[in-house]
Design a protein around this ligand. Structure first.
Ligand SMILES: O=C(O)CCC(=O)C(=O)O
Ligand SMILES: [Fe+2]
Length: 211
């Protein structure tokens, strides 16, 4: 069998502009990695603070409001402030894709009982957006969740516990569609406390203008 090359070179740590991020491979193909120290405590707090007043009930990728996704969320404008610019640059370097391929950074807030049921992040073939499809995801945890709220991959028997500043990375750019389908994932219901995440989705080709 041909081994497929991942977008992300697998390393124990990554140094980005002097910021050290540690990696643990949870699954090799599809590649799923848990990162520690993607964002500092102050950066997590600032993202929560700056998104709080801008939250709206989340929609699905097709813009429908649905029971599949019960959180509230918002997108930052690309490059909208020095803080967002610095975080976007770090994320883009970590995900090994140019910033022009990045969607706006999204913040999601889940309260007790809220969840994101199993789904794929890429668009189906009948969606016009699949022409420049998503190829990788980074979900950054902005707080510690008292109980529940894990990101789970039901077909791989994996659960990632939210820890402030850490993140889970996965990619679905493989030739073999079966590998992409294994990235089915969910945000489990929050049982105690609340959950804040920032999600970065990357596209195959440029999506931002002006780069
Ligand atoms: O809440 C989570 O843990 C998963 C979030 C997610 O799947 C997404 O933002 O696409
Ligand atoms: Fe997702």
């Amino acid at each position: 069998m041909l081994t497929e090359v991942s977008i992300l070179p697998v390393q124990p740590s990554y140094s980005i502009n002097g910021h050290q991020i540690f990696a643990e491979v949870l699954n090799e193909a599809p590649l799923i990695v848990k990162f520690q120290n993607v964002l500092s405590e102050d950066e997590c707090n600032a993202l929560i603070e700056r998104s709080k007043n801008r939250l709206k009930r989340s929609k699905l990728a097709n813009q429908e409001v649905s029971a599949i996704r019960t959180s509230s969320g918002m997108f930052f404008e690309e490059n909208e402030s020095p803080l967002i610019a610095q975080i976007e640059q770090r994320i883009s370097a970590l995900m090994h894709l140019p910033l022009k391929n990045a969607e706006g950074l999204q913040v999601l807030h889940y309260e007790i009982g809220q969840q994101f049921k199993p789904h794929f992040d890429y668009f189906k073939e009948d969606n016009p957006k699949s022409e420049n499809n998503r190829i990788s995801t980074l979900v950054i945890y902005l707080n510690d969740v008292e109980e529940g709220g894990e990101t789970t991959f039901p077909n791989l028997n994996l659960a990632v516990k939210p820890e402030k500043g850490s993140a889970v990375y996965f990619e679905y750019f493989y030739q073999n569609p079966h590998l992409n389908e294994l990235t089915l994932h969910s945000g489990e219901p929050v049982k105690r406390g609340e959950k804040w995440i920032a999600t970065q989705w990357m596209r195959r080709k440029a999506i931002r203008v002006g780069f």
